[in-house]
Design a protein around this ligand. Structure first.
Ligand SMILES: *[C@@H]1O[C@H](CO)[C@@H](O)[C@H](O)[C@H]1NC(C)=O
Ligand SMILES: *[C@@H]1O[C@H](CO)[C@@H](O)[C@H](O)[C@H]1NC(C)=O
Ligand SMILES: *[C@@H]1O[C@H](CO)[C@@H](O)[C@H](O)[C@H]1NC(C)=O
Ligand SMILES: *[C@@H]1O[C@H](CO)[C@@H](O)[C@H](O)[C@H]1NC(C)=O
Ligand SMILES: *[C@@H]1O[C@H](CO)[C@@H](O)[C@H](O)[C@H]1NC(C)=O
Ligand SMILES: *[C@@H]1O[C@H](CO)[C@@H](O)[C@H](O)[C@H]1NC(C)=O
Ligand SMILES: *[C@@H]1O[C@H](CO)[C@@H](O)[C@H](O)[C@H]1NC(C)=O
Length: 316
């Protein structure tokens, strides 16, 4: 880049007007980098228009300066000026409801504008704990550069869009919510198979009661390190998997589901490198000590067996 900029500077007096016309190309060569791309600034301003209520003024810096890279929660590439990161996590959700809605929620209210599609290089988006209503927007499935998507704690309703399976660069996908009954569900999670570098998956509190083949879906994503499918109304965990692909999986949270079978028949006893395994609030039945035979990495096991003595946070 510097090699091309020096000859340009030498010619500066001669082609001065041309330089003005090709301003956006020259921008790339600026030593001070971080310049906002006009189309991306417009996209962010459109996003702001979709926010109907911003109690804590988190977007108040948006629009004040021309350089959107300076706006709160926005980070750009210092080489290209493209927005790479949008960090709008609500740090102070209501401690009682664990949500950004309500008077004490401090969330952004409104809609997630499809204008975000203009942020073509966006890699990291955290909108967690805000108060966006209705469905998870389908257009998110077109933001192909995303590596991190956090929609945790947003009280969406409706179906999780299978379009998220188009995000083949995703490493972190957090769709989980903490509180009570969420209105969000999925009848088919096979789209997860299209996320070959996914490391972290949370669908906590999403209704997956209609899905039975979930262990096979997970087993086709060898990159997974953390899986949280707690409070998902899953019906059984006794599926047979021939061998496990999940050699990197360290943490599996399956608490608060509806497993009503023998614990020894669960598929995950083959995942022998698990460190943390949470099985509380199911209806699993013992005996289970034999099942632990090969779990040599296990550090924390939380399980409450029905009709037996509860065993809490048993440290091995
Ligand atoms: C530009 O970004 C790279 C990494 O993204 C960083 O190492 C470098 O220090 C940054 N340069 C400036 C001038 O901020
Ligand atoms: C997503 O955001 C929530 C809170 O806003 C945080 O607790 C959680 O760790 C985040 N998930 C990931 C994968 O970083
Ligand atoms: C995204 O995924 C959906 C459903 O899985 C599919 O129909 C669609 O063609 C995909 N779109 C793109 C742009 O790849
Ligand atoms: C293991 O993962 C690979 C790659 O995703 C997949 O093709 C294969 O079917 C998986 N094996 C099993 C037993 O699920
Ligand atoms: C798995 O458990 C369910 C009860 O939740 C039972 O109906 C089913 O027969 C079991 N399947 C196997 C293969 O053990
Ligand atoms: C748990 O299992 C026991 C014995 O199989 C059964 O009586 C009980 O109804 C089950 N509870 C739930 C919540 O499924
Ligand atoms: C432990 O591993 C051995 C050897 O692979 C296998 O024969 C045995 O069935 C495993 N035990 C359990 C409980 O899965």
């Amino acid at each position: 880049m510097h090699a091309t900029s020096s000859p340009l500077l030498v010619l500066l007096p001669v082609i001065c007007t041309t330089l003005f016309l090709t301003g956006s190309a020259i921008q790339l060569h600026r030593p001070d980098g971080r310049r906002c791309i006009p189309a991306e600034r417009d996209a962010l301003l459109s996003f702001k228009k979709g926010i109907t209520y911003d109690l804590t003024n988190r977007l108040s810096s948006w629009g004040h300066s021309q350089d959107c890279c300076q706006w709160r929660g926005v980070s750009c590439s210092n080489e290209t000026g493209h927005v790479l990161k949008l960090h709008l996590r609500n740090q102070n959700p209501d401690p009682n409801t664990r949500s950004g809605c309500g008077n004490n929620g401090n969330g952004l209210f409104g809609q997630i504008s499809p204008s975000l599609l203009s942020l073509k290089q966006l890699e990291h988006m955290d909108l967690s704990m805000n108060c966006f209503t209705a469905h998870i927007p389908l257009f998110l499935g077109s933001m192909k550069k995303l590596r991190y998507l956090n929609l945790s704690g947003i009280l969406f309703s409706g179906e999780v869009p299978p379009q998220l399976g188009n995000l083949s660069n995703l490493q972190y996908l957090d769709l989980g919510t903490e509180i009570g009954k969420s209105g969000i569900y999925s009848k088919d999670i096979t789209w997860l198979k299209n996320l070959p570098v996914l490391q972290y998956l949370s669908m906590r509190n999403i209704d997956l009661s209609q899905i039975s083949d979930w262990p096979h879906v997970l087993n086709s994503i060898p990159s997974l390190k953390v899986i949280d499918l707690s409070y998902c109304s899953l019906v059984s965990a006794n599926q047979t998997i021939s061998y496990t692909n999940l050699t990197k999986l360290e943490k599996l949270d399956l608490s608060d589901n509806s497993f009503d079978h023998e614990i020894a028949s669960c598929w995950f006893w083959k995942v022998t490198n698990l460190k943390y395994l949470y099985l509380g609030d199911n209806n699993l039945t013992g005996p289970f000590y034999d099942a632990l035979e090969n779990m040599s990495s296990l550090q924390v096991l939380h399980v409450i067996l029905s009709q037996q003595q509860p065993i809490d946070e048993r440290k091995l």
